[in-house]
Design a protein around this ligand. Structure first.
Ligand code: HEC
Length: 203
């Protein structure tokens, strides 16, 4: 019995070794289990004799949306309502966490130009930036709908570049919450302060 096993092992080794011929060969390698390697198929970018336009690579059916990429929530993704007017209220609910995120992102992405106060005197103004960044503390920007600021961040405006690639959608809305906080901080009236704290304000 042992002998037979040894013989089988030896002949298998011989078979394996004889496979390594040590030189190149034009013949296809021995392929014991070819699976579907040699089936008829189209290679990418190759020509098709089946389709009229002769392209093997087909476009997705019109209206196809990749998983997770359905952007049906217009106000959130575009800052506009279905009638294409700007949304007035921020679609992201305000929480302390959102405000902190907005502050952090604002200080990273907007403050270099608009300054941490939003007064448009960011550090770039020391280096002859051609157009002074806008101050947020003017009535025109204070009364601007949230959706319009969203669009400005997403598309850029005149001399301000777009930040849609750097800032994800939810962060843009968080930044807008923070811009509103900055505006209130620079334009506060006495009634913004809780009654029991007003005596702490010096006239
Ligand atoms: C590279 C500098 C730069 C950065 C960064 C920048 N801005 Fe601006 N922004 C400008 C300039 C310059 C203008 C004025 C554009 C003009 O009038 O030509 C402007 C204008 C604006 C305006 C007013 C647009 C109008 O209607 O007049 C808003 C609102 C604004 N920026 C928001 C933001 C926010 C929010 C961020 C951060 C996500 C940001 N900006 C980042 C340079 C910048």
């Amino acid at each position: 019995m042992k002998m037979i096993q040894l013989l089988i092992a030896l002949s298998l080794t011989a078979l394996v070794l004889s496979g390594c011929r040590g030189r190149t060969s034009e013949k296809p390698p021995i392929h014991l289990n070819p699976n579907m390697d040699t089936q008829e198929k189209y290679k990418p970018q190759s020509r098709s004799r089946f389709f009229k336009d002769e392209a093997t690579m087909r476009m997705p059916v019109e209206g196809t949306v990749a998983r997770g990429l359905l952007k049906a929530d217009l106000p959130f993704y575009t800052g506009r309502n279905t009638d294409s007017s700007f949304v007035n209220t921020n679609p992201v609910a305000l929480t302390e966490q959102v405000m902190n995120r907005g502050q952090e992102r604002f200080n990273i992405y907007c403050a270099p130009c608009h300054s941490r106060l939003g007064d448009g005197k960011g550090i770039i103004t020391q280096y002859q930036y051609p157009i002074p960044p806008t101050s947020f503390h003017q009535d025109r920007i204070r009364s601007m709908p949230d959706g319009e600021i969203f669009e400005i961040i997403s598309q850029g405006i005149r001399n301000m570049p777009s930040y849609r690639h750097q800032i994800p959608v939810a962060d843009r809305w968080a930044i807008i919450h923070y811009v509103r906080a900055l505006q209130r901080s620079q334009h506060a009236v006495l009634s913004d302060i809780p009654k029991n704290q007003r005596d702490r304000i010096r006239p």
